[in-house]
Design a protein around this ligand. Structure first.
Ligand code: PLP
Length: 396
């Protein structure tokens, strides 16, 4: 037998973390890594946040799980918190980002079909998007590498170039039910949509009675310096998927919607065994307690500006390696002239700095939102040393 007990769908690297301390990961053999990946925008409070740890410990000792057949004081409290802080009137809790997007897809279709309009089912999505790995969410992305071996895909998606408002408009037809878009593409390479694009999609949705659904699984929950990225576009969606950071490391997700958008999501139309269980809700509430306030969000914006400013200055030293810095808040990308992966590996293996490669030749920088001056300085020490040795190696 040659297959590994862990199904070999990930090309796992040699770093084998067993412990986390604030913004660092410590692996099996004691090596310390500076974590500018945060489990891909998940560990927004770092790895040892007391509020999050004690909330989970206390809830685990009180009541971990009950069925959604029963009333949920814990779920009501977190849903109310999200409703108070966002465009939404109602929330469905899930265990992952893909499930939150699945719920958004179902809500878009049900909005039209709840009273029998089954002609409306097509969702316009955007090239190089990433929405998850379930059948519906891979079908929502145009990326062939995620489709191979899994046909037939779920029908009813139409792919248009990202940030192409004219293309989106031209794709609207008699079957169109809505749009699904990441305000800042994550896996696609930290590409923020333009203001005109997001405003234009909102207008098109209003004009044609379509649902505007946002996938804020990666860019949401304070990552860009506002609780959700849409706030910086001066628009509100009808539906939004959130996950990753929302549990700070505990696996939860959420699909948020307005009352109008959720009109098809009635008794018996959707469900989840674990979704919204008390343990997950305690984690989500601890995260909201920490991040959903002006002071924390202002700090994220200030740190994001500082990191970006220093990065812009830094890449000026290596015009043959780097093209630009882009992103919002602490969701930043270094667009490179070549492949980002070898550079990511070099920083990891020789300088103990963890980052994430993404599409469009971009290296993602996703530090915990709680980084301080010391970690910022350590990052630039590692990045400077790493870039110098990488550059010298490439020249040799
Ligand atoms: C990670 C991600 C998902 C999928 O989340 P999972 O928790 O892995 O299912 C969906 N959309 C975006 C934008 C993501 O970054």
């Amino acid at each position: 037998m040659s297959i590994t007990p862990l199904m070999p769908v990930y090309p796992r690297c040699g770093v084998r973390p067993v412990r986390g301390e604030h913004c660092h990961l410590i692996d099996e053999d004691g090596t310390r890594y500076l974590d500018f990946a945060s489990g891909i925008a998940v560990n927004l409070l770092g790895h040892s946040h007391e509020g999050l740890i004690s909330a989970i410990q206390q809830q685990a000792a009180t009541l971990m799980h009950v069925s959604n057949m029963y009333g949920s004081p814990q779920g009501e409290a977190l849903a109310q918190r999200l409703v108070d802080k966002t465009f939404a009137d109602t929330v469905f809790f899930t265990n992952s980002g893909a499930e939150a997007v699945e719920c958004a897809i179902k809500a878009i279709r049900a909005y039209h079909q709840h009273d029998g309009n089954e002609e409306k089912f097509e969702i316009i999505t955007f090239k190089n998007a990433f929405h998850g790995r379930t059948m519906a969410t891979i079908s929502a992305s145009n990326q062939d590498k995620m489709h191979k071996g899994f046909s037939p895909l779920l029908p009813g998606f139409r792919y248009v170039d990202f940030d192409d408002l004219e293309g989106a408009k031209a794709a609207i037809g008699p079957h169109t039910a809505g749009f699904l878009v990441e305000p800042v593409q994550g896996e696609g390479g930290i590409r923020p949509a333009s203001q005109e694009f997001m405003k234009g999609l909102r207008d098109l949705a209003d004009e044609h009675d379509l649902m505007l659904a946002l996938d804020e699984v990666q860019c949401g929950v304070a990552r860009t310096g506002t609780l959700y990225a849409y706030e910086q576009y001066g628009i509100e969606p009808d539906i939004m998927a959130s996950a990753k950071g929302i549990g700070g490391g505990f696996p939860i997700g959420a699909c948020l919607a307005t009352e109008k958008a959720a009109r098809g999501m009635v008794f018996g139309t959707h469900g989840s065994t674990y979704g919204g269980n008390p343990l997950g809700m305690a984690a989500g509430m601890a995260v909201m307690d920490a991040v959903a306030n002006d002071e924390f969000l202002a700090e994220v914006r200030e740190k994001g500006d500082r990191l970006r400013g220093r990065l812009e200055q830094f890449i000026g030293n290596y015009p043959d390696l780097f093209e630009e810095v882009r992103g919002m808040g602490l969701m930043l990308g270094l667009k490179m002239k070549g492949e980002p992966r070898p550079f990511m590996v070099h920083l990891r293996d020789y300088h103990q700095l963890l980052t994430v490669a993404a599409g469009d030749s971009t290296l993602r920088l996703l530090p915990p939102l709680v980084i301080g001056d010391a970690e910022m300085d350590e990052f630039f020490d590692k990045l400077s040393a790493g870039t110098a040795s990488y550059h010298a190696e490439a020249a040799a």
